[in-house]
Design a binder for this molecule. Structure first.
Ligand code: ADP
Ligand code: MG
Length: 399
């Protein structure tokens, strides 16, 4: 689960980490009061969306123009003006995709005097099974670009969970960032507190970009991007409260109600598959034959007819879907349950696009019979290869 920058900073503050003062606002009217309370003389008006690259992003509406989703304001009037321009406007960044994201909240923050911008992030490294730190002197910019062009400028190490964070980890970070004396001490303290926060809140990823050195030589977390491990959220009701579903894909919200593993993608072929591995293979083979999948969906092993119906409705509700591929290898999942779920959904919402069904495994004959008896215009397929070619042909208008 992702949260907004201002929420992330509040979490970091609880753990004693250095962040700027700021106020989240939801309407332009609140901007003036927030700016007055902070006092100035420099403010930053920051769009709050669940995507990075806001500073270099562009608004769709011309009024806010080319100036980006993070703007420095030198007066309260400017704060008000920027707030009016940003709120309700759609911000497009490298991370939002072309559609962009509507800005419904702003964070008005104290402006910092920046001396240097550094990079620090933490994530659960699946390869080592440990929490890893990633640090670089090249902060404030696109870290993927740095990793590509000058990988030697990025240092990565992981922390053994048996010992937890140790003073030498802090010294390693300070050295990598070229910090000495009092600043090195601050870095050591920062590393300890970040690790403590990361573990305590079951974070999945924490990115501070930039971590800055202020002109008066202190460290500060100027940006905060945090995501939490969804499987551990039940332990953190206070984090669950920070969820902003307006930032999430509607189809994914609907799928989460039925406990379906569904991820929306950009393509045209909707997929309903059982098992994550088979679902990934299905996406791969669709791409192999030259089309793009509209979603990842694993209906799971023990899905009920109701769950299958819900899944099918979510797929058909996506206007980008030009064809549907149902690929079921029935083990625990029974083919007849899938067939009944698909038919119930089609009866409820209709079927406007070609549907290819490949069934194999437990109760396969029963499943196929149910589909034949339904009179639905289903294109049957013998195996995955055949199924993929048929759905690709169908969305291209072929037979
Ligand atoms: P994003 O990563 O989404 O572009 P950031 O929060 O990193 O958003 O802001 C972009 C840039 O704006 C930063 O790299 C920094 O230079 C500047 N900035 C952000 N917050 C402040 C602040 N409180 N004071 C001064 N400059 C800031
Ligand atoms: Mg940033």
């Amino acid at each position: 689960m992702n949260i907004h920058e201002y929420q992330g900073k509040a979490v970091l503050k609880e753990f004693g980490l250095p962040v700027s003062r700021g106020k989240a606002i939801f309407s332009a009217d609140e901007a003036e009061a927030a700016a007055q309370e902070l006092g100035g003389p420099l403010w930053v008006v920051k769009s709050q969306i669940h995507a990075g690259g806001r500073g270099k992003g562009k608004f769709k509406e011309a009024a806010a123009g080319e100036k980006g989703g993070v703007r420095l304001a030198k007066s309260i009037d400017e704060v008000k003006e920027f707030a009016r321009q940003m709120l309700g406007n759609t911000l497009v960044t490298v991370q939002t995709g072309e559609a962009g994201k509507q800005v419904n909240r702003l964070y008005i923050e104290d402006g910092s005097d920046i001396d240097t911008e550094l990079y620090l992030s933490m994530l659960v490294d699946r390869a080592t099974g440990q929490v890893a730190f990633v640090v670089s002197t090249e902060g404030g910019m696109d870290i993927e670009q740095v990793a590509h062009d000058t990988p030697e400028k990025i240092l990565t190490f992981s922390v053994d969970p048996a010992t937890g964070v140790m003073p030498h980890h802090g010294r390693t970070v300070a050295k990598a960032l070229g910090l000495k004396g009092a600043l090195a001490k601050e870095a050591e303290d920062l590393v300890t507190k970040l690790y403590t926060a990361f573990i305590a809140k079951d974070m999945e990823m924490l990115e501070i970009n930039p971590l800055i050195i202020t002109k008066d030589q202190h460290l500060k977390c100027l940006d905060a991007k945090i995501s939490f491990d969804g499987n551990a959220l039940y332990r953190h009701p206070e984090i669950q409260e920070l969820r902003d579903i307006t930032e999430e894909d509607e189809k994914e919200i609907e799928a989460s109600k039925y406990d379906l593993a569904y991820i929306a993608l950009d393509g045209t072929i909707g997929c309903m598959v059982n098992g994550a591995g088979l679902a990934m293979a299905t996406l791969d083979i669709i791409k192999l034959y030259g089309e793009e999948p509209a979603n990842f969906l694993d209906v799971g092993g023990g899905a009920s007819e109701e769950k299958v119906t819900a899944a099918f409705k979510i797929i058909t509700a996506d206007p980008n879907v030009k064809g549907i591929l149902v690929n079921i290898f029935g083990g625990i999942m029974k083919c007849d349950v899938i067939a009944r779920g698909v038919i119930a959904a089609v009866k409820a919402v209709g079927l406007q696009v070609p549907l290819v069904v490949r069934l194999e495994g437990t109760n396969v004959e029963e499943g196929k019979q149910i589909i034949r008896d339904s009179g639905l215009n289903v294109i049957p397929a013998d195996d995955l290869d055949d199924a993929a070619q048929k759905i690709v042909n169908a969305v291209r208008g072929g037979k």
